[in-house]
Design a protein around this ligand. Structure first.
Ligand SMILES: Nc1ncnc2c1ncn2[C@@H]1O[C@H](COP(=O)(O)OP(=O)(O)OP(=O)(O)O)[C@@H](O)[C@H]1O
Length: 584
């Protein structure tokens, strides 16, 4: 197993402060200069009332979120050791970010493939997976989709997944939340076994029962970002006695200390505890730390953990995302059906008017309609779906399953065939039933512009989804498209738009698509259009219409290249936007 070691990791921290931004210039300090030591081979519980800063501390120590953090973190007695340390940590968030479309075993297999790579053969991986599944009593449900397993099983699977890479330090955010007392106790028992094997296991916990409390080797009590006590669980009673607040024999010590932390016995007691514990700096209530130091079990700092090769990572992610895609065919069918149904609907409205010179303006509106349809379908899909995937991406990336670029390339390429197929079929239907010229080169040009509009709209959705939450993403998505749509020639000729808007026009991919499609339909020496005897035709040739629109000289390659440039620009910007959302 990667990075396995009989020796562990001891984390010392001092003067740790975490602040968050609460406005443009304002910050708020959440953790106030605390210290502490989490020794190797211990199960450590971070306790405190709601809002005390438990998750913030867990995130800071694990490196999952270090924004606004200051202070010293010393690993195995050495500073400047964070890179080595972070590679050996694993973080399990509270909300069980699992692949719900995969079964329990598939989740394990893909995790093993990504974490262990090609160097470990399939047989060894399967043996390891079966042994972990057995230990965590998950073997019987290994073929069940993760979406159908119980909350406790999800928690166990989350731990099981991380054990594949045998991390030396495990951070768990509220692993017992939502579990009944028996399952909670079992969950903590499992964690205790891991600690007994030499791992440093740190978890936040709400109101533990007396039985659960006793299982911890070490507790860290927080109140409003300050440390009230840190040390051995047994020693806590001694500490309370020493400060004149003995815990009644029949009182659950965890309940008592939380009542103290909540201020139920007065704020002076909180101040006193902070003073005696030296805001976490007092190590005299720790047995394990003293043992570690005197026995010199600090591990020499060596070794490195590497990612798998790019091609292997990409191949595995392709496989995983493809399996997920096949399990969620309803979304794929919905996407294809929706665009095709829209295609028929648009065709029935603009039926057979492509040859009619008197209906040239209707035909122009048809092109706008095609573009708007593709924009709406493309943007909504990604702006909604991506934020749902962000949690699991953050967890997997932090826990070193893969590099972001492999994931990004895999999801980009995997979506291409569906996008291209649905847009192409829908637009072909429209072109055919609205009697547009069906010459191969014209059709190909219109279809190419259609594909690019869909892909760019999806990229905008992805960019917004990676920068904003769902509500803001949907709002900004519609808002951004208003000027882009107006400048594409919607109800107003581009030439009549005030010149100071021209700059926006250059980035309006809809404008390139509308011009490009019209040139493909009316340009390239198209023969005279039919003018019915009883109708008035202002334009009888496509060329005169294009001249009036001032797009006669547009070339396919210029418009298409601009769209390609916009597409790649957006994809690159999105990559960096996602990077910003990932733990550093
Ligand atoms: N980005 C933020 N902006 C403003 N306040 C924040 C931010 N993040 C956290 N806080 C505040 O910091 C405090 C600590 O939050 P944290 O989530 O760490 O608490 P907790 O002890 O884990 O709480 P709970 O047990 O309820 O999950 C809370 O008062 C919270 O409101």
């Amino acid at each position: 197993m990667n990075g396995s070691s009989s020796r562990g990791v001891t984390i010392d921290f001092s003067n740790l402060t975490v602040s968050v931004k609460t406005g443009q210039t304002k910050t708020k300090e959440i953790i106030h200069g605390i210290g502490g030591t989490f020794a190797s081979g211990s199960l450590i519980g971070i306790l405190g009332p709601s809002g005390a800063g438990k998750s913030t501390l867990l995130n800071a120590l694990s490196g999952f979120n270090t924004t606004g953090m200051k202070g010293d973190i010393i690993i195995n007695g050495k500073r400047n050791n964070m890179q080595w340390y972070r590679k050996r940590c694993s973080y399990i968030p509270q909300d069980n970010d699992l692949h719900h479309l995969l079964t329990v075993e598939e989740n394990m297999k893909f995790a093993a493939d990504l974490k262990l790579g090609e160097t470990v053969d399939k047989k060894t991986k399967n043996k390891m997976i079966n042994s972990i599944l057995d230990t965590y009593s998950l073997s019987e449900i290994k073929d069940t989709p993760t979406s159908k397993i119980s909350g406790g099983q999800k928690k166990r699977l989350s731990v099981a997944l991380e054990l594949i890479s045998d991390p030396m330090v495990m951070f768990l955010d509220e692993p017992t939340t939502g579990l009944d007392s028996f399952t909670s106790s079992q969950c903590i028992e499992n964690l205790k076994e891991l600690a007994n094997k030499g791992k440093t296991v740190v978890c936040t916990i709400h109101q533990p029962s007396a039985t659960i409390f006793k299982q911890f080797d070490h507790v860290y009590i927080l109140s409003e970002g300050r440390c009230l006590y840190q040390g051995g669980t047994e020693n806590m009673l001694k500490f309370l006695e020493e400060i004149g607040m003995p815990c009644n024999l029949f009182h659950n010590p965890a309940d008592f200390v939380l009542e103290l932390a909540n201020g139920e016995y007065g704020s002076d007691k909180i101040d006193m505890m902070i003073k005696y514990s030296e805001n976490g700096g007092n190590r005299s209530y720790m047995d394990k730390y003293i043992e570690d130091v005197t026995n010199g079990v600090y591990q020499p700092l060596s070794g490195d953990l590497h990612f798998q090769s790019n091609t292997y990572e990409l191949k595995t992610l392709f496989r995983r995302e493809f399996v997920k895609l096949t399990r969620n065919l309803s979304l794929t069918y919905l996407r294809i059906c929706a665009t095709i149904i829209n295609g028929f609907m648009i065709s029935s409205i603009y039926w057979n008017l492509g040859e009619n010179a008197s209906k040239i303006w209707f035909n122009y509106n048809l092109v706008l309609c095609i573009v708007i349809n593709l924009v709406m379908c493309g943007i909504m899909l990604t702006v909604i779906v991506f934020p749902m995937e962000l949690g699991i991406l953050q967890k997997e990336h932090f826990n070193r399953y893969f590099r972001l670029r492999s994931y990004y390339i895999a999801i980009t390429i995997l979506d291409l065939p569906i996008s291209i197929f649905s847009t192409t079929v829908s637009n072909y239907i429209i072109l055919y039933f609205t009697a547009q010229p069906m010459e191969m080169n014209r059709v190909l040009m219109v279809l190419s512009f259609g594909i690019m509009v869909g892909l760019i709209a999806q990229s905008i959705g992805l960019l917004l989804g990676s920068c904003l939450n769902l509500r803001n993403g949907v709002f900004v998505g519609s808002y951004v498209h208003m000027p882009l749509m107006l400048l594409s020639g919607f109800g107003l000729l581009v030439k009549d738009v005030p010149s100071y808007f021209n700059i926006i026009g250059y980035i309006s991919y809809m404008r390139y698509a509308v011009s490009g499609m019209n040139v493909a339909i009316y340009g390239y020496n198209r023969k005279k259009l039919e003018c019915p005897d009883d109708e008035f035709c202002y334009y009888t040739t496509g060329a005169s219409f294009l001249k009036e629109m001032e797009i006669k000289d547009h070339s396919f390659w210029t418009d298409f290249s601009c769209m390609i440039a916009i597409y790649f620009g957006l994809r690159i910007a999105t990559y960096f936007a996602i990077t910003k959302r990932l733990p550093k």
